[in-house]
Design a protein around this ligand. Sequence first.
Ligand SMILES: *Cc1c(COP(=O)(O)O)cnc(C)c1O
Ligand code: SF4
Length: 457
Amino acid sequence: MCLCQARKIASTGDSTSYKSYTLGNFRNIEQISRLSEEQKFAIDVVARVLPFKTNNYVVNELIDWDNVPDDPVFLLNFPQQGMLLPRHFEQMAKLVRNKAAKNEITACANRIRLELNPHSAGQMEHNRPLLNGRILSGMQHKYKETVLCFPSQGQTCHAYCTFCFRWPQFIGVEELRFAMQEAEQLVQYLKVHPEVTDVILTGGDPLIMRTRAISSYLRKLISADLPHLKTIRIGTKTLSYWPQRYISDADADDLLLLFDEVAAAGKHLTIMAHFNAPQELETELVRNAICRIRSTGAQIRTQSPLLRHINDQPESWIAMWKRQVNLGCVPYYMFVVRDTGAHHYFGVPLARAWKIFRTAYRQVSGIARTVRGPSMSAMPGKVQVLGVSEVGGEKVFVLQMLQGRNPQWVARPFFAAFDGQATWLDELRPAFEEESFFFSKELAELQAGGPAVSALQ
Ligand SMILES: *Cc1c(COP(=O)(O)O)cnc(C)c1O
Ligand code: SF4
């Protein structure tokens, strides 16, 4: 179908049929009967610790049940035994088997969660913006030109990804008036930060919010006098988990009209869409949703972490990037998965991540090579593994920052001693027997500056 017809696709699909599944009712899913008792028990155990939620679109349209348990989307949503360390699994399995009391299970879950490094990369502690001496809690300002905003109503998702590092912040839905207050604070902050060109609404998933709530952010941003604000990004997984959001939800048309308004106000709106596996891009619903979004003038950029068991084959990325470009989306980031939650299950060593990236990258046309990666969102910045090389007989990683807490650090190549097992920046040592990386001293000073001081102040 031609794009100019996109807005005419209305009300295909039936969003009144939305069904959500969690620990309490997942055994009602028809296809679950295909799993062994052991597999069902594992879901029951692991879901006590890692958040578990899925829905009928994911279950019926995305997961290929003939390919279970290897199906990537099945692994993306359904907890697996291997996602807990054996000792953690055993501790919880024992309680579930013995039908232990709820408070005992909760206590055990919390103990295990604390061991899963719930707040990695100092994200929340170190980049809190200040306004008139007060810390703004729903925001983060780490890189000069971009402010992140976490709408409090958007701190949940249509389904939960088993690898997600944001699970500590899934706090449930709050009231509309918070949105108004938060949007107002955001605008006040932007007024005194003319260096900011981009606002990213993120979560959870901001597009879990009703259009009315989203509009209180977007309308405030576009109607405030903020000539330096050029781009509004919305980070979302709705195109994967509930494309009906843009097609047949009761306020889908209003959402598109809101996107129109942003464009009409002269701001660029970009949906930062999260896709982990090729099949998420294959349904008629996602295709129509992409068409409808693009008909508003909004752009769609795509990103995903590289995840063992789910997409750690170059073929997955080649298929995703090609399909994305074919649908008019722009591949943006391949991330290295953070060291939190079920990292032992999903983690991919940096050396292997780079190989997968490179193998995929060189097999797609230049149009898809807008993608950058593999990139770690680490304490000093977004660090890209440019490759493995040899300098003066020493095997090294060549790295660079795509973003830095100090903008001066960006795009300056640096070297780490090669380590085939390393999965994160903090496991790397400088190459050539140097004491530290070029940014280490300054980073330590920034951190010592206290949690509320960002690199920019
Ligand atoms: C990734 C990220 C951004 C956006 O960086 P871009 O390179 O502009 O996409 C902004 N803030 C934080 C904290 C981030 O992690
Ligand atoms: S959609 Fe994003 S925030 Fe939500 S569970 Fe998945 S990775 Fe986490």
